[in-house]
Design a protein around this ligand. Structure first.
Ligand code: ADP
Length: 399
């Protein structure tokens, strides 16, 4: 049986392990937190820092293959392990290109892949040398994630909001839709393309709001997105699974925003909505099996469950019973003990033939299912209990 290690133990690792249960593979996970979402589903858990050369090297030495569920893994250690015969998905060279937004943008330019116009900035002060780029988006080169390394700079007065570290200053694109295109690349370079996903954002949190697949785009634009995304993965020259995020404008331009060299949060619906999920697919790639069927069984939508504002502590899932009674709705809770505002705690997938039904249920779920802290839930329950008494008293006063 092949011994395969996953670097990072979050929800992506957890779902990857759920799919691993169908295959002859012995699984290893490394992560700092021994209570992380993936820790209890693998055969072997190793506590360690994925950013540390020593920890990653020690973990990978002796394994047959490795994969990642987050980009911040130490890629020098992966490169050494690869040189010593461990197969790594994605290749460390592809990870190195993608890991830093500066090298990632330069990669697109070098390969004539359309991307928003940009300049490289070494620090915050350098933004002032490029006032002609405003309004723009400043992106930190290394270490940004979930919108935390991205800052909008509309005017000169907002330059102080930029990052005082190497990064890119990108012209603001008039985005009509943000699309994610997931593509699997097999060991011989063969590819399998998933139906594209329309990602709808919560501007306030800068986190994904909900997503629908297949995205509704004119056929010519779908082909454009597909062709450009294919070019990205071909040029990365690595087996694995990739999510290419693109901006589509009203005038029909397509710009690559960024690429994730791993399973992606825009592909969770593939567990129920597609014949071979992105997680199943990655095992096929790693284990050298034929790629799976990416076709949609039915259109799908994903609603992210994030921790409610002003709630911190042990998680309580308000409205879960109601959502579990809905047809063609699948709840995934990631097993994180504590919630906090904006933390990704789970997701819900909806499948349906009708797009209207998907949108309707997505909104209903967003309004019904809330991740509160146990404490906040208890306070809310006590307030509800007290309400009828107040109403009665009001009525008696009025009569
Ligand atoms: P992260 O890697 O943290 O997710 P992104 O580069 O994807 O950061 O940016 C987060 C969001 O900011 C994007 O999904 C998009 O909505 C917005 N954004 C990023 N770059 C641009 C741009 N050049 N023009 C307009 N909006 C942008």
């Amino acid at each position: 049986m092949l011994r395969v290690g996953i670097l990072g133990g979050g929800q992506l690792g957890r779902m990857l392990l759920q799919a691993a249960a169908n295959y002859p593979v012995e699984t290893y996970v490394m992560e700092n937190d021994e209570d992380c979402p993936a820790a209890h589903l693998c055969h072997h858990f190793v506590q360690g820092d994925i950013r540390s050369f020593e920890d990653v090297y020690a973990f990978g030495k002796g394994l047959d293959a490795l994969t990642i569920e987050i980009e911040s893994v130490n890629e020098e250690a992966l490169a050494k392990l690869e040189a010593e015969g461990v197969r790594v998905y994605p290749k460390p060279s592809a990870l190195r290109t993608i890991k830093n937004k500066i090298t990632q943008k330069q990669f697109y330019t070098q390969h004539s892949i359309p991307t928003a116009e940009y300049v490289v900035t070494q620090n915050r002060a350098a933004i002032s040398d490029h006032l002609d780029m405003l309004p723009a988006v400043h992106k930190i080169g290394a270490g940004g994630y979930d919108g935390k390394g991205v800052q909008m700079i509309r005017t000169k007065d907002e330059i102080q909001k930029g990052f005082d570290a190497p990064g890119v200053l990108e012209k603001l694109v008039a985005i009509d839709k943000e699309i994610a295109q997931i593509i699997a690349v097999g060991q011989k370079g063969e590819t399998a393309i998933y139906p594209p996903v329309d990602m709808v954002f919560d501007a306030r949190l800068n986190l994904l709001d909900y997503q629908i697949s297949p995205a509704e785009l004119p056929q010519s634009l779908l082909w454009k997105v597909e062709a450009i995304s294919l070019r990205v993965v071909k040029e990365l020259k690595s087996p694995g699974i990739f999510a290419v995020e693109v901006f589509v404008t009203k005038t029909g331009d397509v710009y690559v925003n960024e690429t994730a060299p791993r399973v992606h949060n825009s592909g969770h619906h593939t567990i129920e909505a597609n014949y071979s999920s992105q997680f199943d697919m990655l095992w096929r790639v790693i284990l050298g099996y034929p790629l799976g069927n990416t076709d949609a069984i039915l259109p799908g939508a994903i609603v992210n469950l994030v921790g409610a504002e002003n709630c911190e502590g042990e998680a309580h899932y308000e409205g879960l019973d109601e959502v579990l009674q809905m047809d063609n709705v699948f709840v995934h809770i990631y097993g994180k003990k504590d919630t906090k505002a904006g933390r990704k705690m789970g997701h819900v997938t909806i499948i349906s033939r009708e797009k209207q039904d998907l949108v309707h249920k997505a909104h209903k779920i967003k309004n019904t299912l809330k991740v509160l802290s146990k404490e906040a839930a208890a306070i809310a329950a006590a307030a509800v209990k007290a309400e009828p008494v107040t109403e009665m008293r009001d009525r008696s006063i009025g009569s």
